[in-house]
Design a protein around this ligand. Structure first.
Ligand code: TTP
Ligand code: MG
Length: 415
């Protein structure tokens, strides 16, 4: 597999840094954001690095924080300003890649592998992002640059605040060996204790244990730990803005009983959905058909495809199968809809899952050509011959412009 370039960006003492930014008198001082210490209840949300010297951490009781640092600046906080700062930071990330997975207000993974041609090497992108955040949002951030999410996350945390740690893909084990096991994903204080009892303190110590011993010690999780101890992690950065499904539906101006007409309308919708999938570079694994009858009774039928696709020619036959599995059309149809989902199924774009891979390849090329025309002249510029059936004079006269997409239903395209 090609080496990926993943960034993990995590803001330093985020809430406290926003307070220090907005109230200069707090700069350089121990700032504790959280509950009111006078009332003695509640916890610390976060503390500036000056306050951390007194042992103050997120989650400890505010009364304890006050006892440790009575001269600290205790601040209640403002979620609006934190959200604003967070949104600004996220917008900066999107300038460099669409593959942004935000984990919380102040933390995100970015896959910049595909951005390097445009924006330069990952390390350069990371530096630019940190500089841009400092300039535009006026807040400090730490970043880890690594070949996967797990290593990037460890790296960003290693030299906080204002940390900038790059993990060389050739020297992953060297990087991991001295790190305490408590920093590994899924290793809490309980596990740290278990390992300490057998003198395992660092990831390097852990990497010495054979898989069976590790599984014997901690059960099924042992297999994950075995991989993490070697820096192995192939989880993708999953886009936070990713749609779960892409779909489209239309309500006929008059209810329709003509099955040929319904099929032709479905083909048109199918092509609209596929065009949208291709525009956003999504491929779906599950195709769902929805029918609503004149009495408003509504049915859906879903079916898996052999592999993920965004091609009308592969999806439409499945839609027709779904149509056969619907209750008999005893009454006219009011609404039809199609959606595609399961974009994240890990079959990649495996060609061998299609019975005719050459045909799949050819269809990809044809669709690309069609899309070029649509991009330029609008998505009505090219339509399939079968769809013309819908727009023939007879139907036009009978149903008017009935199956043109209803503006009010546009919002349903993204569910
Ligand atoms: P973190 O990134 O965990 O912490 P941080 O940014 O304050 O400090 P660090 O430099 O170590 O990254 O969390 C981000 C924000 O989320 C933090 O500023 C406050 C809030 N938060 C809570 O409100 N409660 C909590 O228990 C934690 C951990 C965070
Ligand atoms: Mg943080």
């Amino acid at each position: 597999m090609k080496t990926r370039h993943i960034l993990h960006v995590d803001m330093d003492c985020f809430f406290a840094a926003v307070e220090q930014r907005d109230r200069p008198e707090l700069r350089g001082k121990p700032v504790i954001v959280g509950a009111d210490p006078k009332h003695g209840r509640g916890v610390v949300s976060t503390a500036s690095y000056e306050a951390r010297r007194f042992g103050i951490r997120s989650g400890i009781p505010i009364s304890e924080a006050y006892a440790r640092c009575p001269h600290g600046q205790f601040v209640r906080g403002s979620s609006r300003r934190y959200t604003e700062a967070s949104e600004h930071i996220m917008r900066i990330f999107y300038r460099y890649t669409p593959l942004v997975e935000s984990i919380s207000l102040d933390e995100a993974f970015l896959d910049v592998t595909g951005s390097e041609r445009l924006h330069g090497p990952a390390v350069h992108i990371a530096q630019t992002i940190v500089d841009t955040i400092a300039r535009e949002v006026r807040l400090p951030a730490s970043v880890g640059v690594a070949p996967n999410k797990y290593l990037a996350k460890i790296a960003s945390d290693l030299e906080k605040p204002r940390g900038f740690v790059v993990v060389d893909p050739e020297r992953v084990q060297e990087f991991l060996n001295p790190i305490p096991i408590g920093r590994m994903w899924g290793v809490g204080p309980g596990l740290v204790k278990v390992f300490q009892e057998i003198s395992i303190k660092t990831i390097g110590d852990l990497a010495q244990l054979p898989l069976e011993v590790l599984v014997g010690l901690v059960g099924k999780r042992g297999a994950d730990l075995w991989r993490l101890a070697r820096g192995l992690d192939d989880r993708p950065v999953s886009r936070s803005d990713a749609a779960k499904s892409v779909g489209h539906e239309i309500t006929f101006h008059e209810d329709v009983s003509d099955i040929q007409f319904i099929k032709a309308a479905l083909l048109d919708i199918c092509e609209a959905v596929c065009y949208r999938l291709r525009q956003h570079n999504y491929r779906g694994k599950v195709a769902t058909l929805k029918l609503r009858f004149a009495d408003f009774s509504t049915f859906t039928r879903a079916c898996q495809l052999p592999a993920k696709t965004h091609l009308t020619e592969e999806i439409f036959p499945i839609i027709l199968q779904n149509l056969k599995r619907m209750p008999p059309l005893h009454q006219p149809v009011r609404l039809v809809g199609i959606s595609m989902s399961h974009f994240d199924d890990p079959d990649g774009q495996q060609l061998d899952l299609w019975s005719q891979p050459e045909r799949h390849d050819k269809l990809e090329a044809v669709s690309k050509a069609i899309d070029t025309v649509k991009d330029r002249y609008g998505d009505n510029a090219l339509r399939r011959a079968a769809v013309l059936y819908c727009t023939s004079d007879q139907h036009y006269h009978y149903h008017g412009v009935r199956y043109r997409r209803h503006p009010a239903e546009k919002k349903k395209e993204w569910e």
